[in-house]
Design a protein around this ligand. Structure first.
Ligand code: ATP
Ligand code: MG
Length: 335
């Protein structure tokens, strides 16, 4: 029998109630993360990557401004059915998240040493002194210089990159089973970024921690992830193992993203924006295939009818009416 995945999303939908009506930012997403696996999630700005990850931790329904449909199974338990109290125990304990914006999750009135030690004390049966020493060690691991001094400082005394590393130290110090990393290294310089990725890979190996890694940087995906989900306007348009996705992307959108990979000597923090046209607004979702207005392959069928996410024989899933044709053309190129 197949082992239960660590996380399984089944047809997740996240709706927001806005002044202009109800919008569906995540529209029927299904994927799994196995224990010890690093799943990459990519897509242009606004396609629903952060909303998906915040939905997994149920961070959006707190002010009743959002509601969910579908299932979020964490080791078989549907998180959408848990009480608020049980959900709180899962957050930062079994599932930790590193946010895009570090200041939003650091407490301004406590020193960073206190905040890391507190997280260690919550999850490990150690003395305060040991927790403090571990906090210094975690800071060292994230590449913060003079960690013994830094632990005594407050969040506002640190630069954005330092704050980001403190947040990573807090998230990792509780040894979560699942880490959701939402563009954790975008603001950091390349050397620090490499250090942080090493740290995540290390925990992934040693503790079989599952990781959802959201990024604009396809170079990082190639280095870090085993499988990738490509999102467009709230939906998955392609999913494949890293090798297959880079060798033979089938969705025209994925192909566009691949073309927009920044050059090694270029600015690696730049966002993907090379594909012609803009991501449409959620208030005005195109009928048929959502990518059709920007797609060179689009015909009447694409504009009228939404394709399903179809499984191809090599395990690749693609939401495109012309995927088979594109695959044939690609094969032609290799003959
Ligand atoms: N609280 C909210 N209320 C209404 N709409 C929202 C809310 N949060 C996000 N959205 C909308 O949901 C869509 C998806 O946003 P999301 O932040 O998930 O994008 P993203 O893929 O993470 O983009 P980026 O790469 O820029 O971080 C966007 O259209 C955004 O405007
Ligand atoms: Mg985001």
């Amino acid at each position: 029998m197949r082992e239960q995945p660590l996380l399984e999303l089944k047809e997740l939908k996240t709706h927001f109630h806005t002044e202009r009506g109800r919008i569906t930012a995540v529209d029927g997403i299904s994927f799994t993360v196995e224990e010890g696996e690093i799943l990459g999630v990519v897509g242009e700005s606004g396609c629903g990557k952060s909303v998906t990850s915040q939905s997994i931790l149920r961070l959006l329904d707190e002010k009743r401004s959002a509601d969910y449909e579908g299932e979020i199974l964490f080791k078989g338990t549907d998180l959408l059915k848990l009480s608020d109290g049980k959900m709180r125990r899962i957050r930062g304990n079994d599932i930790a998240m590193i946010f895009q914006d570090p200041l939003s999750s650091l407490n301004p009135v406590y020193t960073i040493g206190y905040q890391i030690a507190e997280s260690i004390l919550l999850h490990q049966n150690v003395s305060k002194k040991v927790a403090y020493e571990q906090a210094v060690e975690m800071l060292k691991l994230t590449g913060i210089p003079s960690p013994e001094k830094r632990v005594k400082e407050y969040p506002h005394q640190l630069s954005g990159g330092m704050q980001q590393r403190v947040m990573i130290a807090i998230a990792l110090s509780c040894q979560p089973q699942l880490l959701i990393a939402d563009e954790p290294t975008t603001a950091l310089d390349v050397t620090i970024q490499a250090q942080i990725l090493e740290l995540i890979i290390d925990l992934n190996h040693k503790q079989r921690m599952g990781v959802i890694f959201i990024t604009h940087d396809l170079g990082v995906v190639a280095e870090l992830c085993t499988r990738v989900v490509v999102m467009y306007l709230g939906q998955i348009v392609e999913e494949a193992s890293v090798d297959i996705l880079f060798e033979r992307p089938l969705h025209p959108y994925t192909k566009g993203l691949m073309k927009s990979i920044p050059q090694l000597d270029g600015d690696r923090t730049q966002k993907m924006h090379v594909i012609k046209g803009m991501v449409p607004s959620l208030n005005n979702v195109p009928s048929g295939c959502r990518f059709a207005p920007r797609c060179a392959f689009a015909d009447d069928l694409c504009r009228e009818k939404m394709p399903d996410l179809e499984l191809h024989p090599n395990g690749q899933k693609v939401r495109c009416w012309h995927a088979a044709k594109i695959a044939l053309e690609e094969e032609g190129q290799y003959v």
